[in-house]
Design a protein. Structure first.
Length: 444
């Protein structure tokens, strides 16, 4: 007994899995938990769940889902036999039955045929939905394969001359038509219908219709027996075959603006499609203008942003250069200041160690005249026992002193360089009692 119960539970879970897959394929709801919740609310009735979900998306109150019945009232307390029985309170939402007037009875009789027709149509619709979608295979996992299979079978039956069918899914075809602002012609192919072969041979598989489609719209097709075809068939709700639908962006969404059902000749079909194209071309013209305006505004904003960024980078570069120049100038000023301080210190040191200047009539004195690089002159007397370093120290007392210099004789030209002890002695240089020395700038 337990084995049979387990088997029944397993079959019920499998049926619910199939119903869940069909519900997600038809409605496009990918959230499995939400799908299970919707199906559970309708006791796993696929038709009722799909219809109420569509009504909810269109802003229509649910048809099949009913509010839960109100809770049962608490039991009434025992009544007193001496008091008359009290009327029970009426619960909210209950219907009070009253007698109909003759006028209401007459209206009810007159409206009976209309109610009968509406009720019958509703039942027929439910039966059709049950027959079409109650026993569908698993959801399409590869819609592109279904489309490619349709194209392959079409070419095998009717040849390679046909409109250029898009090889993507229906959703991708809609997105491409929306992106390119073009009409989309959808063809649902029913190979078992009696009018399909003649329509394909005399209309679709002709060079004239192929040229017409290339210049006016994108074309997408699929077989209604495939899983992708079932989903698209449910969306478009065709009544007979051959079936074509012309879809275009209108009011911000893709809308079917022309439906062609039944076998039409090529000229009649082209005339109907051309009429629909002309009637709805204005929508695309407005959308193209609006998109061009948005693209222009976007490009203008991008150009303005780029110009602002370039200007900002230029200003930042200019500011960086100013900061760099200011920093360099401060470093140079600091270096110059340090050099001046070092020169002042060195000048004070050198002046402090100069030997006393001999008297003018001293027979041992040497008269040295120095020519500066700027053309200035300096003169001083030294003794023969003074070292060459003393002459260098004397040059440091000048305000016109180059950064680095060397003392040079003119004839013969000779650089006078000091040794580590400041020598040689002036009398050993053979300069004579009077001499002229040149201060040569060696900074460069």
């Amino acid at each position: 007994m337990s084995t049979g119960a387990a088997g029944g539970a397993g079959e019920g879970d499998q049926d619910r899995s199939v119903i869940l897959a069909h519900f997600q394929e038809i409605t496009g709801v990918e959230d499995e938990a939400k799908s299970v919740q919707l199906l559970s609310a309708h006791h796993w009735n696929l038709e009722a769940s799909v219809q109420d979900l569509l009504n909810e998306k269109e802003g229509i109150s649910p048809v099949f889902s009913q509010p839960a019945p109100p809770p049962a009232p608490p039991p009434a307390p025992p009544t007193d036999p001496l008091q008359p029985p009290q009327q029970p309170p009426r619960l909210p939402g209950t219907v009070v039955v009253r007698e109909q007037t003759w006028w209401e009875w007459l209206v009810g009789v007159a409206m009976f045929p209309l109610r009968f027709v509406l009720s019958t149509a509703n039942e027929v619709l439910q039966v059709l939905v049950h027959l079409l979608f109650g026993f569908q295979p698993s959801p399409a996992r590869n819609p592109q394969a279904d489309v490619q299979q349709f194209i392959t079978e079409f070419e095998a039956s009717y040849g390679a001359i046909h409109p250029t069918f898009l090889t993507c899914s229906y959703s991708q075809a809609l997105a491409q038509a929306r992106r390119e602002l073009r009409f989309l012609l959808v063809y649902l192919h029913s190979p078992g219908h009696q009018d399909t072969p003649r329509f394909c041979r005399e209309v679709l598989a002709t060079q004239e219709f192929t040229d017409f489609s290339v210049s006016h719209c994108l074309v997408w097709g699929v077989g209604v027996n495939s899983q992708e075809g079932v989903r698209v068939s449910y969306v478009l709700r065709e009544n007979t075959y051959p079936f074509l639908a012309l879809v275009v962006l209108k009011g911000g969404r893709m809308v079917v603006v022309e439906r062609v059902e039944g076998c039409l000749g090529r000229e009649e079909l082209s005339a109907r499609l051309q009429h629909a194209l002309r009637a709805n071309e204005a929508e695309l013209v407005v959308e193209r203008a609006e998109r061009a305006r948005r693209d222009g505004d976007k490009r203008l904003r991008e150009e303005q942003d780029k110009a602002f960024e370039d200007s900002l980078r230029a200003d930042q570069e200019k500011e960086r250069r100013k900061v760099e120049e200011r920093r360099r100038a401060e470093q140079e000023a600091e270096l110059q200041k340090r050099r001046e301080e070092e020169r002042t210190t060195e000048r004070a040191l050198r002046v402090g160690r100069l030997p006393p200047e001999p008297e003018p009539g001293d027979p041992d004195s040497l008269h040295v005249m120095l020519r500066m690089p700027s053309g200035g002159r300096m003169e001083r007397r030294f003794t023969g026992m003074d070292k060459l370093q003393s002459v260098y120290d004397f040059v440091f007392t000048s305000d016109d002193l180059p950064g680095r210099f060397t003392l040079v004789t003119n004839f013969p030209r000779q650089e006078l360089l000091c040794s580590s002890d400041g020598g040689p002695l002036l009398q050993d240089l053979g300069l004579g009692r009077k001499c002229v020395l040149f201060v040569q700038d060696s900074s460069e």
